[in-house]
Ligand binder design. Structure first.
Ligand SMILES: Nc1ncnc2c1ncn2[C@@H]1O[C@H](COP(=O)(O)OP(=O)(O)OP(=O)(O)O)[C@@H](O)[C@H]1O
Ligand SMILES: [Mg+2]
Length: 149
């Protein structure tokens, strides 16, 4: 189902709350691709999504590893592809096992996944409008729980 949503937030807490609201719509095999410059709020939003998925451990940007794994009501795989140097490097990490597996994949710097990114990924773009203001656009074809129109 075609799904579009736009949200403007005015604090990190509000962004996290929005993430929590998105979580019920994510199911086994959902891939969420995050786009947006440094500091646009990708990790912040992911923290909220993880909370909504029942993850209790702290969620931080996986700075020195490419993938962090958490356990919520589903396995959650948090990717940060900022430092990926080639598609082959990502492929070698076994990304397809994750992308086409039964957990939820949350991918920061998703543009770096190129054609490895599944076509039916939910796409989330963040834009910094001011110091504390972010615009978040969600686009996809998935069934997303309470937001399904
Ligand atoms: N409305 C807002 N939503 C999200 N973050 C905000 C907001 N206002 C201010 N911030 C601040 O912006 C920063 C967002 O950082 P975050 O690590 O989430 O960005 P990121 O997109 O993951 O960056 P990176 O590309 O480095 O991983 C935080 O310092 C946060 O406090
Ligand atoms: Mg980040």
């Amino acid at each position: 189902m075609r799904y579009r949503l736009r949200k403007r937030t005015e604090s990190p807490q509000e962004t996290q709350k929005f993430g929590e609201e998105l979580a019920p719509g994510l199911g086994p095999g959902t891939v969420v691709a995050f786009f947006g410059e440094l500091g646009s709020g990708k990790t912040c939003l992911i923290q909220g999504i993880c909370r909504g998925l029942g993850v209790v451990e702290p969620v931080t940007s996986p700075a020195f590893v490419i993938i962090n794994e958490y356990q919520g009501r589903l396995p959650v795989y948090h990717f940060d592809l900022y430092r990926i140097k080639s598609l082959f490097e990502l492929y070698e990490l076994g990304c397809e096992e994750y992308f086409y597996g039964s957990g939820v994949c949350l991918i920061e710097w998703a543009e770096k996944a190129g054609d490895l990114l599944p076509e039916d990924s939910l796409r989330v773009s963040l834009r910094r409008l001011a110091e504390n203001v972010r615009e978040i656009a969600v686009n996809g074809n998935v069934d997303i729980g309470p937001y399904t129109a």
